[in-house]
Design a protein around this ligand. Structure first.
Ligand SMILES: Cc1cc2nc3c(=O)[nH]c(=O)nc-3n(C[C@H](O)[C@H](O)[C@H](O)COP(=O)(O)OP(=O)(O)OC[C@H]3O[C@@H](n4cnc5c(N)ncnc54)[C@H](O)[C@@H]3O)c2cc1C
Length: 445
């Protein structure tokens, strides 16, 4: 396989992979799905499972999991958008609760799917720690916890420094919100297993099939380099790539988040960091650090800052400054890992609407549906969104299709270069806030 199609450690470590054929000639389906990530594959699988008479095709520009779905941290988690306080400030209490309930359901949905179909994606369910690394972050996390608790959301509890440090041996671990409802998976394996599931359900998956243009008439005509597909419905399951389609240009922009992964920890290093519970960990920055153990005892850590995109540019996988920061920050968190070697580094796109919240919506009429705006928290959501989009196409009124971010109004991003300047300004503000929270952290040597 072309190495440029393995843009993450997870994809590179996967082993030999045989992509499906690309689309050739002229053909026709009931539903065409653009994008072979979790959203597209889950939509396709759900449609065919519920309605075997439907013909469904997934068209993926590269290979399944090439986008964020094959590159992410693998946290199957309940966080919606940026954080609860932001969602509440922008959308109000009722919608924050509704979003949280949707995300709880999404996490359970992924866990059940993996179990029911025995998906081989190294799934484990160790729970989640949102760790405060400064006194300011202690207050921020406790405030978020208070907001959620006052709204009647349960299943989250505060761990003080003593309790936390018996689980994770870091001098920066001052307290955490503990949430048992969180799993970890190998993202590339999950994407490939979803492809298997979709194909077994009767979906046609075409890889190396970029959709170049879409014409709308009584039916849609999707043009690709070697073939044309006529379809009754179109799903844009393209998340952070959505702005590349003229119809969706103003609804989101892409920012790249980056990750590094260590060599497997030695038994002495494992002993030094503790972390026997293997919880997924995030801190409370705006540009969070997220870190986890892999099945073979490496630490994968991501976040810290993002790379912004301009116009149609999507070549931001590699950012040496962010990689260096992540490697420094891991050692800050676990000084016992000083000198640890890093095995791989990569990045991937997350979808950012102006108001930092996801959306499922319609284009023109209800025959064209899009899903975007994960803001970096989309593993669980993308899977459940597939279920929701299938319900929409099957014209079912369900509690999923009634959720407020289906068909919501979106604030539009301005055109370039104002968009880039606006994204820079937002990033600058968020970084300044992180700096203010962290200025008393021990400095790197
Ligand atoms: C580094 C990183 C870490 C992350 N960590 C986490 C995490 O730990 N937990 C979490 O909840 N979320 C995380 N996320 C976010 C999460 O990965 C995404 O929200 C989720 O994978 C989105 O899935 P998707 O199917 O909607 O989009 P994608 O997986 O991005 O799929 C879109 C697909 O569309 C294809 N495509 C684009 N244009 C075309 C075209 N013209 N024709 C055909 N195909 C096209 C792309 O090639 C791509 O494969 C992370 C994201 C990144 C980048």
């Amino acid at each position: 396989m072309d190495p440029t199609e393995q843009p993450s450690f997870w994809l590179r470590a996967y082993g030999p992979y045989v992509p499906a054929a690309h689309l050739q000639g002229e053909t026709s389906v009931d539903v065409a799905i653009i994008g072979g990530g979790y959203t597209g594959l889950s939509t396709a699988y759900n449609l065919r499972s519920d309605s075997p008479a439907l013909t469904v095709a997934v068209l993926e520009a590269s290979v399944v999991g090439f986008g964020a779905s094959g590159r992410n941290g693998g946290f199957n988690m309940t966080l919606f958008g940026l954080e609860p306080a932001v969602t509440k400030a922008l959308f109000g209490q009722q919608r924050t609760v509704e979003a949280h309930r949707y995300m709880e359901r999404a996490v359970d949905y992924v866990r059940d799917l993996v179990t029911r179909h025995n998906l081989q994606s190294d799934y484990e369910h160790p729970g989640f720690l949102r760790v405060a690394t400064t006194p300011g972050f202690v207050r921020r996390i406790q405030h978020d916890l208070e907001i959620l608790t006052q709204m009647g959301i349960s299943g989250l509890e505060w761990w003080d420094a003593g309790r936390l440090q018996s689980a994770v041996r870091s001098p920066l671990a001052l307290g955490a919100w503990w949430e048992p409802r969180c799993g970890l998976l190998n993202p590339a394996k999950q994407a490939r297993e979803l492809k298997r599931l979709a194909i077994e359900a009767g979906v046609d998956v075409f890889e190396h099939t970029p959709v170049l243009s879409i014409e709308r008439g009584p039916r849609f005509t999707l043009r690709t380099p070697s073939g044309t597909l006529s379809a009754g419905h179109v799903v844009f399951a393209t998340n952070a790539y959505s702005h590349l389609f003229p119809e969706l240009r103003a609804r989101e922009t892409a920012a790249f988040t980056h990750m590094v992964v260590t060599e497997p920890l030695t038994p002495a290093q494992q002993e030094a960091v503790g972390w026997a519970g293997r919880q997924g960990i995030e801190d409370a920055r705006n540009f969070v650090h997220y870190l986890r153990l892999t099945a073979d005892q490496r630490i994968a850590i991501g976040g810290s800052d993002v790379s912004l995109t301009f116009g149609r540019g999507m070549q931001h996988d590699l950012n040496p400054r962010v990689f260096a920061d992540l490697e420094r920050d891991l050692v800050r968190l676990f000084p016992s890992l000083r000198g640890i070697r890093f095995a791989d580094r990569w990045g991937g796109p997350v979808s950012v609407p102006v108001d930092m919240a996801p959306a499922i919506g319609f284009l023109g009429d209800r025959r064209a549906i899009y899903s975007l705006g994960c803001v970096g928290h989309g593993v669980s959501m993308a899977h459940l969104n597939g279920r929701t989009i299938a319900d929409l196409i099957l014209e079912r009124q369900t509690d999923l299709t009634r959720v407020w971010f289906v068909g919501r109004r979106m604030i539009q991003w301005p055109p370039e270069p104002i968009r880039f300047a606006a994204a820079h300004a937002i990033r600058g503000y968020m970084r300044a806030e992180d700096w203010a929270y962290e200025r008393k952290l021990p400095q790197a040597e």
